[in-house]
Design a protein around this ligand. Structure first.
Ligand SMILES: CC(C)(COP(=O)(O)OP(=O)(O)OC[C@H]1O[C@@H](n2cnc3c(N)ncnc32)[C@H](O)[C@@H]1OP(=O)(O)O)[C@@H](O)C(=O)NCCC(=O)NCCS
Length: 162
């Protein structure tokens, strides 16, 4: 059985190694990483999944960001080890952490990613929200955790100041 749990400080470098394995070299040059510089991840939502031998199989992290006067969650990075992909672990990490985000009172989530994958979890293109360049606007997606939470929200995403 796989086990999901909250990421701890001891897990940090193991998760980094998993991300290095799963993403192209230079992942930290992406503009989304500038939103994470010097800002702590949302610890309650950063989740890992381990296999029965306690080997790390997948991880998801979240950061707070600001768009004008409102706060949103920036979902990601999410990755599942190449030998474990297609078993539903990515979906489990998404659903578990998004449910907890809603329980914790977060109103909206955004990410930069593939609409065909994230659409399965309800994410839709955010037409009026811009990531720092260079980001393909078609990959800027949002999910309202409370009804209408993205309505009327526009602007450039900035690092959280709180
Ligand atoms: C994306 C990722 C986290 C999904 O994890 P996973 O455990 O394989 O996901 P699941 O098993 O829950 O779902 C697999 C399904 O998603 C689909 N899928 C995976 N990546 C996809 C993508 N980029 N676009 C569309 N569909 C995708 C698979 O084809 C599969 O479809 P199926 O269920 O119809 O067979 C994993 O593939 C991964 O780590 N990829 C490399 C890192 C990455 O790209 N992260 C996302 C950054 S935006």
């Amino acid at each position: 059985m796989y086990e999901l749990s909250q990421e701890t400080a001891q897990d940090w470098w193991e998760v980094e190694a998993l991300y290095d394995l799963c993403f192209a070299p230079g992942r930290e040059a992406l503009s989304s990483y500038r939103l994470r510089d010097d800002v702590p991840a949302v610890a309650e939502l950063s989740t890992i999944v381990r296999d029965p031998d306690v080997i790390l199989a997948g991880a998801i992290r979240y950061w707070p960001v600001s768009i004008g006067a409102v706060t949103a969650l920036l979902l990601g990075p999410i990755a599942v080890h190449p030998t474990r992909q297609g078993e539903g672990l990515g979906g489990a990490l998404m659903r578990d952490s998004l449910a907890r985000a809603a329980d914790l009172g977060w109103e909206r989530v955004m990410l930069v990613g593939d609409a065909p994958y994230y659409g399965k979890f309800g994410f839709k293109k955010l037409n009026d929200v811009a990531m720092p360049p260079p980001t393909n606007p078609d990959r800027v997606l949002g999910l309202a955790l409370q009804t209408g939470a993205w309505d009327g929200i526009s602007g450039v995403v900035k690092p959280s100041e709180s």
